[in-house]
Ligand binder design. Structure first.
Ligand SMILES: Nc1ncnc2c1ncn2[C@@H]1O[C@H](COP(=O)(O)OP(=O)(O)O)[C@@H](O)[C@H]1O
Ligand SMILES: [Mg+2]
Length: 324
């Protein structure tokens, strides 16, 4: 099956006062129809930079997409012209951002914003778009949507704003929804509702979801496949089942030990991974995880490990794991 979206060797840099940060350092993955692919990793590992680069939303300056390809529907989005990329964004590929307060415009009503993609991409009139917005807000469980359609973002709670973002993302029935930590600031019940809504898009429309999260509990419950990211690279890629049954990279094993699972009682004591994520301005030589790794060898300190197959569709970038 050919993938709906192929990301190849993506490299993103940010120029800072102190030097150049390579936020994404050669990430590749495929996203298939009707699957939920998770990108998981600690804060600062390059998840948002990957998502933003896919739709060419990296702020330049200070950011820059230095290399790679994002192949979608016969087009490399990194080379597409402005009209081509605008036709994709919010239409074929929608993004649901981390902080809806900053991505929803405070001076426009919720109804106008949720309906905006329909006016832009489907040429709906304003009244038709508003009518559709009411229906969409109902789908994401905003009570009394017809009465709230004229509200401004600050009149919505955080959970309602996040749901309004989701409604806007769903408006054109996109092929792909990129959800960047869509639930991080929300309580557990609202989180589950939102993720169930995303899952519902997959089941009813065959939507593909790129689900960005640092929460392995969310991954266990919702993702089909997982890419574990460390210091701008994929260090382990596997089906969610294989990742939980046979986590192989020492970082993945550490993450699994340190994160509570939604589907299991929180009885076990959590053991956080020792040490800090590396300074992106001063990455260690060799494997970027080696300073925190209990299994590091001389080779790990010297040579960066390539991503290699350790099982069926299971890849790991680790010298020790590769040697069994
Ligand atoms: N606007 C920015 N200016 C400078 N550096 C940035 C900026 N945004 C991100 N970075 C750098 O890129 C790295 C990856 O950031 P990001 O993709 O936002 O991480 P994540 O989403 O995984 O938490 C960070 O470690 C940070 O150093
Ligand atoms: Mg982020």
């Amino acid at each position: 099956m050919t993938a709906r979206l192929q990301v190849r060797d993506l490299v993103v840099e940010y120029r800072t006062r102190d030097g150049v940060v390579r936020a994404v350092n050669g990430i590749s993955f495929d996203l298939h129809r009707g699957e939920i692919l998770a990108l998981v990793g600690e804060s600062g590992c390059g998840k948002s930079a990957t998502a933003l680069a896919m739709l060419r939303l990296i702020p330049d300056p200070p950011g820059r997409i230095v290399g790679g390809e994002v192949l979608f529907d016969g087009l490399d989005l990194l080379k597409a012209d402005d009209a081509q990329i605008r036709a994709v964004r919010g239409n074929r590929i929608a993004m649901i951002f981390q902080e809806p307060m900053t991505s929803l415009n405070p001076v426009h009503t919720i109804g106008d914003q949720v309906g905006e993609p329909l006016r832009l991409h489907r040429r709906l009139t304003r009244p038709a778009a508003i009518a559709r917005s009411i229906a969409l807000l109902g789908t994401v469980n905003i009570p009394h949507a017809e009465a709230r359609i004229g509200d401004y973002p600050h009149q919505f709670s955080g959970g309602m704003r996040q749901r309004a973002m989701m409604a806007m993302g769903m408006a054109c029935v996109p092929d792909i929804i990129v959800a960047d930590e869509p639930t991080t600031a929300l309580d557990v019940t609202v989180q589950a509702q939102l993720l169930d809504l995303l899952k519902h898009q997959v089941d009813t429309h065959g939507t593909s979801i790129l689900l960005i999260t640092h929460n392995l509990g969310v991954v266990a419950r919702y993702a089909d496949r997982v890419n574990v990211i460390y210091a701008g690279r994929v260090v382990e890629a596997a089906s969610a089942d294989a990742l939980y049954a046979r986590p192989t990279h020492p970082y993945t094993i550490g993450l699994l030990r340190s994160v509570p699972r939604l589907d299991q009682p929180a009885t076990e004591t959590l053991a956080p991974i020792e040490g800090q994520p590396p300074d992106p301005l001063d990455l260690p030589a060799g494997c970027p995880f080696h300073p925190r790794c209990p299994l590091a060898t001389a080779q790990c300190r010297r040579e960066p490990p390539p991503l290699r197959a350790v099982g069926d569709a299971h890849h790991v970038a680790c010298w020790v794991a590769a040697h069994g």
